[in-house]
Design a protein around this ligand. Structure first.
Ligand SMILES: Cc1cc2nc3c(=O)[nH]c(=O)nc-3n(C[C@H](O)[C@H](O)[C@H](O)COP(=O)(O)O)c2cc1C
Length: 328
C-alpha cells in the first residue's frame, strides 16, 4: 500500500492535498471534515492587512483610503463577518480539533505594523503562515525591481518576526519570474505557492458593464503552475506547492511529478465536496501501486526541468509544431 506522506515547509503531511485558503476553511467543523477525508493540511481564509491595521489603529486605515466611506465600502462587509480576534480563536480551536497542520494566511501589500501581528498568529498555535501577496503591476511609473523589493522586504521582516515557517503565495506577473522566485527563496521563507487565482473582470455585453468573472478555476488553468514548478524545482531554495486548476488525482500526480511538495485544492472541493479529496487520494494511491512507487519521494520531481533529457519541453510556448503537424 502506497505511503502518501510528504513534507512541506518542514512539516510532515499525511497526504499531499492541502485544502487551500478560502471559505472552505472558515470553521472548525468544515476543517474536521477535510481532515477526515484525508487532507494533509489546511490554509485558513486570508486575514487582510487592512483588518489587522484597523484593529491596531482605526485612524491609520482611514488614511489608506480617501474617505471613511471608502474604507467602509472596501472592508465593511468583510470586517463585520471576520474580526482579528475571531481569526486567532479559529486557529486555536482548529488546532485542538484536528491533528493536521493548520496554516494561517495573511493578505498584505506593504510592510507596515501588521507584521507584528504574525506573532499573535504564532502564539495562537498556527503551524505556518502563508503570505498571500499580489501587487498588480499596473503603475506605469514603477519598474519590476520596485515591485520585487516590496515582496522581498516583507519576506525578510516576517521571517525575522516569527519562528514558524513562512510561505509566499504569489501570482505570475513578474518580469523575470525565475530570477525573482530565486531571490524570494533566498530570504528565510520555507515555501512558495504557485499561483494564486485572482478576481478577474468580465464584461456584460447587454448591460455594457464590468462584472465579476468566474471564481472557479478550470483544469486547463493548471498549465501555468505545472510549467513553473517544473522549471523552479531544485532551482529555488524552498518547497513548492501548486495552486490553481488541481481538480483530481491525475492533477495531483502531475504536479508531484514536476516537483511540487504538495498541491492546494479549492474549486473542485467547493464544487464536489470532501469526497473529491478521498477520490483524488485513491487515484494517487492506485497509480503509485500500479507504477510500483512506495513513497512520493520516489517520483517527485521526475519530470522537472533539472531531471529531464529534453529540458526545453517545459519552456515550449509557441504552437508552431502543432500547426505544422495538424495540417490546420
Ligand atoms: C471562494 C474563494 C475564496 C478564496 N479566498 C482566498 C483567500 O482568502 N486567500 C487566498 O490566498 N486565496 C483565496 N482563494 C484562492 C484559492 O486559495 C486558490 O488559490 C484558487 O482558488 C486556485 O485554486 P483552485 O484552482 O483549486 O480553485 C479563494 C478562492 C475562492 C474560489
Amino acid at each position: 500500500m502506497a505511503n502518501l506522506k510528504t513534507t512541506y515547509l518542514g512539516l510532515e503531511l499525511k497526504s499531499p492535498i492541502i485544502v487551500g485558503s478560502s471559505e472552505l476553511n472558515n470553521s472548525v467543523e468544515r476543517i474536521k471534515k477535510h481532515a477526515d477525508a484525508g487532507a494533509g493540511a489546511v490554509v485558513l481564509k486570508s486575514l487582510f492587512e487592512e483588518q489587522i491595521l484597523m484593529d491596531i489603529d482605526a485612524q491609520r486605515v482611514n488614511n489608506m483610503y480617501d474617505t471613511y466611506q471608502a474604507v467602509e465600502e472596501q472592508l465593511g462587509y468583510y470586517l463585520k463577518k471576520h474580526t482579528v480576534g475571531d481569526y486567532l480563536t479559529l486557529i486555536k480551536n482548529t488546532k485542538e480539533a484536528v491533528d493536521i497542520p493548520v496554516i494561517a494566511s495573511i493578505n498584505c501589500a506593504s510592510d507596515s505594523e501588521w507584521i507584528e501581528f504574525a506573532k499573535d498568529v504564532e502564539r495562537a498555535g498556527a503551524d505556518a503562515i502563508e503570505i498571500n501577496m499580489f501587487l498588480l503591476p499596473s503603475d506605469a511609473e514603477m519598474e519590476g525591481k520596485d515591485f520585487e523589493k516590496i515582496y522581498l522586504n516583507i519576506a525578510e521582516k516576517v521571517t525575522k518576526t516569527v519562528s514558524i515557517p513562512v510561505s509566499f503565495k504569489i501570482g505570475s506577473y513578474f518580469s523575470a519570474l525565475a530570477n525573482f522566485a530565486k531571490k524570494l527563496s533566498y530570504t528565510d521563507i520555507k515555501g512558495m505557492v504557485l499561483f494564486n487565482k485572482f478576481y478577474t473582470p468580465a464584461i456584460d455585453i447587454e448591460k455594457e458593464t464590468i462584472s465579476a468573472g468566474s471564481i472557479f478555476s478550470s483544469q486547463a488553468d493548471n498549465g501555468m503552475p505545472l510549467r513553473w514548478i517544473g522549471i523552479l524545482n531544485n532551482r529555488v531554495q524552498c518547497d513548492l506547492a501548486a495552486s490553481t486548476g488541481v481538480h483530481n488525482g491525475k492533477d495531483v500526480i502531475s504536479n508531484l511529478l514536476v516537483g511540487a511538495n504538495a498541491v492546494q485544492m479549492v474549486s473542485s472541493i467547493l464544487k464536489n465536496g470532501d469526497e473529491q479529496i478521498v477520490k483524488s487520494l485513491e487515484e494517487l494511491s492506485a497509480w503509485m501501486d500500479k507504477k510500483g512507487y512506495k513513497t512520493i519521494e520516489e517520483f517527485r520531481g521526475k519530470l522537472s526541468q533539472r531531471e529531464m533529457k529534453n529540458p526545453m519541453l517545459l519552456e515550449r510556448v509557441q504552437f508552431m509544431k502543432y500547426f505544422a503537424d495538424s495540417g490546420l
